[in-house]
Design a protein around this ligand. Structure first.
Ligand SMILES: [Zn+2]
Length: 481
């Protein structure tokens, strides 16, 4: 009996500690300042977005890039944003990548960088409600390839800057703008611009690139939208797993062909994933959301460090997108055996697309695969497209503080949270040029809205054009002007 009392007393003390820790959580985000939102001529801004979507800047391999759409877009931007082009020094790097610089008045400030991309993924041939480059407006949305990713955002960056310039202002902080032409393919444009900046010794106070959006977080008790701002990017590598054997006639197959051995290996590796971990980015995400969440969630989040072993398996099962935040992912995308149905393959291979978690290296993927698979299998990491995870942005930096402030001002009740970005952006190449990269697209979305990206019937809400311009305008005002 006494043992039971001791156990119950321990549980009660533990619970009390959990509750006290949840009550002690403090909100350290700065309070928003009231400010006057500028008037935006939305019809005019939407027309500018439509014009940009109608120029089919399809991302392609270097040797097959057609000049015309990219040159047309450059001419269109010059015509549409005359003041921007009058005030900015423009450089075209590698034929299509666009770099602009607007001189700031205070030379003691490190420059700011706003990034994006001009290209879009090729449109699917069928299934479009409206032709992909028509930029049709229907049901309060602009429809077309690139409307979401990211012609609307690109135009908003120009428009917000032009609005400031129209008021006769000069930024205090020098502003750079870099827009690559092949983000969707290889990011050669971004890399070329990065080399130029590196050779000139430019370092940025912050880099603001496309990224994740704001989400409705009312379910966990957050009143305003939750801005998930990417503060790091996972690494990327394709691994080839191959099995070699004897070719031969399919009429007399051995007990196990290379295709069978490969299938067994794939199944084994799929079962033995790389270790899930709470990276600093995930811990910071929990810390940022915790003060604003309902008490029940706060209780869990404030004690996440102690509850990790219990919480981790639950998180891994919630959804693939949550699991991707915690570990290196392995997507088995290509399986190849024989080219003919009646010929046994002498080699079978699989290509696994891996997104490498923070704190790990590309090489760790190979080590893990070899350990799980054993000597029958050959694992090779493909050089093309390979990159290590980026570093984590400094959350005590000026850029991050201005991001928190601008989110709270433009989206009342909005909360900014750091987010480990699991997809790819051009800003990963600029990692060495700043201590604060923020990957963020400032409009509220849900999964269905985001699903249009790279898909048929991609759309962007007309009201979000206003949202993007308002956000960039205020952020620039806080951070640059
Ligand atoms: Zn994009």
């Amino acid at each position: 009996m006494i043992v039971l009392y001791i156990i119950l007393a321990c549980i009660a003390v533990l619970l009390l500690i959990f509750i006290i820790r949840a009550l002690l959580v403090k909100d350290t985000a700065a309070a928003p300042e009231p400010y006057e939102k500028p008037q935006i001529d939305l019809d005019d801004a939407v027309k500018k977005v439509q014009g940009a979507i109608r120029i089919p800047t399809i991302s392609m391999r270097d040797e097959t890039i057609p000049d015309k759409p990219f040159l047309d877009l450059q001419a269109y931007l010059e015509k549409t944003f005359p003041l921007f082009h009058e005030k900015a020094q423009k450089r075209v790097i590698d034929k299509y990548a666009l770099m602009y610089r607007i001189e700031g008045s205070d030379k003691s400030l490190k420059p700011a960088m706003f990034m994006g991309h001009q290209d879009v993924v090729p449109p699917q041939e069928e299934g479009w409600k409206y032709p992909p480059f028509s930029a049709e407006i229907a049901d309060g949305c602009i429809w077309g390839r690139g409307s979401f990713d990211m012609k609307s955002q690109l135009v908003s960056i120009f428009e917000a800057t032009e609005m400031h310039l129209r008021q006769g202002k000069q930024p205090a902080r020098t502003m750079y703008f870099c827009f690559g032409h092949d983000e969707e393919f290889a990011g050669e444009g971004a890399q070329a611009m990065c080399r130029v900046l590196q050779s000139e010794g430019v370092e940025f106070e912050f880099i603001f690139d496309e990224g994740m959006n704001l989400l409705d977080a009312s379910m966990i008790g957050i009143e305003g939208p939750l801005a998930l701002v990417g503060v790091c990017e996972k690494g990327w590598v394709n691994a080839k797993i191959s099995v070699k054997g004897e070719a031969g006639h399919a009429a007399m197959p051995p007990k196990e062909t290379t295709a069978v051995t490969l299938a067994k290996g794939v199944a084994k590796l799929n079962k033995h994933q790389m270790k899930a971990r709470f990276t600093p980015a995930v811990n910071m995400l929990i810390k940022a959301v915790c003060p604003k969440a309902k008490f029940g969630f706060r209780l869990l989040m404030a004690n996440a460090d102690i509850l990790r072993p219990l919480v981790k398996p639950i998180l891994l099962r919630i959804s693939p997108s949550v699991a991707a935040l915690l570990r290196t992912t392995m997507a088995f995308t290509v399986l190849h055996g024989s080219d003919a149905a009646n010929v046994m393959p002498d080699e079978s291979y699989a290509i696994v697309n891996c997104r490498v978690n923070l704190g790990e290296k590309v090489e760790d993927v190979k080590t893990h695969m070899e350990k799980v698979l054993g000597p029958k299998y050959t694992v090779e990491l493909q050089e093309k497209g390979q990159h290590e995870p980026t570093s984590m942005s400094d959350l005590d930096s000026f850029g991050w503080k201005m991001m928190q402030k601008s989110v709270a001002e433009v989206f009342p009740g909005g909360v900014t949270a750091p987010f480990p970005f699991v997809a790819g952006t051009d800003s990963k190449f600029y990692d060495a040029l700043t201590h604060c990269t923020m990957k963020f697209s400032p409009h509220v979305t849900d999964a269905a809205y985001r699903a249009g990206m790279h898909n048929v019937n991609e759309y962007f809400k007309v009201s979000d054009v206003e949202c993007d311009i308002q956000f960039y305008y205020r952020f620039m005002e806080n951070a640059c002007f």
